[in-house]
Every structure is written in C-alpha cells, then in structure tokens.
Design a protein around this ligand. Structure first.
Ligand code: NAP
Length: 200
C-alpha cells in the first residue's frame, strides 16, 4: 500500500489500527518501559519523532504546503496524537526534571521514502541530538520545527503555550512497513515548499 491507501473515505481500518499501534500505543509502551532507567539518569530526556504531517495548523490551511499531498487517515493523525501524547508526558514529568519534546526531522532520505528526502540522515538527526542534550532549563513539551537549523517554538518549562510544528513532508515507518502505509513516498511537488514560520 502507498499513501493513496490512507485516504480517509476508503482507508482500511486495520491498517489505521496498525499505524496507531506503532506510532502511538507503541510509544506509550516504550516510554513507560524506559522510565525507570530515565529516572536514574542525571539528564533524562525523551524525544518523540513526529512529523510536519502532524500539524493541524499546516494541514488545515487550504493554501498550505501540504495541499498537494494525498489526505491521510493513518500516518498524519497518528503523529498528531503523538504530539498530544508528548504534551501530556511533558506535563506529568516536568516536576521530575524529565524534558519531553517532539521533533520533526524534516524530509530525510531513508528507506521509507526510497531515499528521496533532501536531508541526509545525519542532518535529520541534528535536531534530535540537540533535544537529547538539552540543558536542565531546556524546553519541554514544545514541538520543535523540523529544519535542523531552525529551532523555533522555544519556551521554558511551565510555559503555557506550544507554538508551531515541524513542516517536513511526513514520511515514516512503523509496524505498517508491510502495508507501506506511510506518508507519500515521494513529494507531490518537485521540491517541498518553504516552511511557514509560526507567528511569534
Ligand atoms: N524520513 C522522513 O522524511 C521522516 C519525516 C518525518 C518523520 N519521520 C519519522 O522518523 C522516524 C524514523 O523513520 P525513518 O525515516 O528513519 O524510516 P525508516 O528508515 O524506514 O526506519 C524505520 C525504523 O522503524 C523500525 N520499525 C518499524 N516498525 C517498527 C515496530 N513496530 N517496532 C519497532 N521498530 C519498528 C524499522 O525497523 P526494521 O527495519 O527492523 O523494520 C526501522 O528501523 C519515524 O517515526 C518517522 O515517522 C521520518
């Protein structure tokens, strides 16, 4: 299956369940399994790998950068749920000094998109490493924009709002590898458009 198989009105519900199993329920299982170890760390950090496809703001904009992409009932909503989950974990674990963030790496050349991404895996990892090595006063629960050099949505623990989401063209993989139900394997446009910068 390909991205077209995720179109809401015709999607196979079992495939949607499989995607959520990996991208949402799997994250809860892994996070909770790791928490005892994280609590023993001097600098515990959790980074959930999200996607620009998670952004309700971007997806809801009829003139937005994803307008040309197929609609999705699986991958994008699962990443939206992951963002929501990130906020809930961040709120719970802030008092314990565990910083929890979601990040979108951008459109990275990996197996899932047949290596059509315009970022290398090393470039895609840059943001994740930055979030994994945040200082104790670093942000938590805030969704970081995908461009490795464009960290926005900056805030501090206790900040009341999270602004912005990453604008990468969402590609990804999970238990649904067999179903190939990830985001579009190739961008619908020759090159992804510039990412809108959230208003400050
Ligand atoms: N590439 C992009 O442009 C892009 C953009 C936005 C977000 N992301 C996100 O980045 C993350 C990594 O994706 P990627 O691009 O690196 O894709 P990838 O190269 O296809 O790697 C996916 C990895 O996930 C593992 N995996 C799949 N299902 C699993 C499961 N049920 N349990 C445990 N491991 C599982 C795969 O393991 P096996 O090889 O053993 O199957 C593989 O190592 C995903 O969360 C994706 O949504 C990617």
């Amino acid at each position: 299956m390909d991205a077209v198989d995720q179109i809401p009105s015709t999607v196979d519900l079992d495939m949607v369940r499989a995607v959520f199993e990996t991208n949402v329920f799997g994250v809860i299982a892994v996070t909770n399994a790791m928490l005892p170890l994280l609590r023993r760390s001097p600098a515990p950090r959790i980074i959930n790998v999200s996607s620009g496809g998670a952004s309700l703001t971007i997806n809801g904009d009829p003139d937005g950068p994803f307008t040309g992409l197929p609609t999705s009932a699986a991958y994008s909503p699962s990443k939206t749920a992951l963002n929501a989950l990130t906020v809930q974990y961040a709120n719970e674990l802030r008092k314990d000094g565990i910083l929890v963030n979601a990040a979108a790496p951008g459109y990275v050349a990996t197996d899932i998109n047949d290596h059509s991404g315009f970022l290398t895996p090393a470039q895609g990892a840059t943001l994740l490493v930055r979030l994994a090595t945040l200082g104790a006063d670093g942000p938590t629960r805030l969704l970081q924009r995908g461009r490795p050099r464009a960290l926005v949505a900056v805030g501090r623990p206790g900040a009341s709002t999270a602004r912005g989401d990453a604008p990468g063209v969402g590609a990804g993989q999970g238990a649904w590898r067999a179903a190939r139900c990830c985001a579009p394997r190739r961008p619908a446009r020759p090159s992804p458009p510039a990412c809108p910068r959230p208003a400050r």
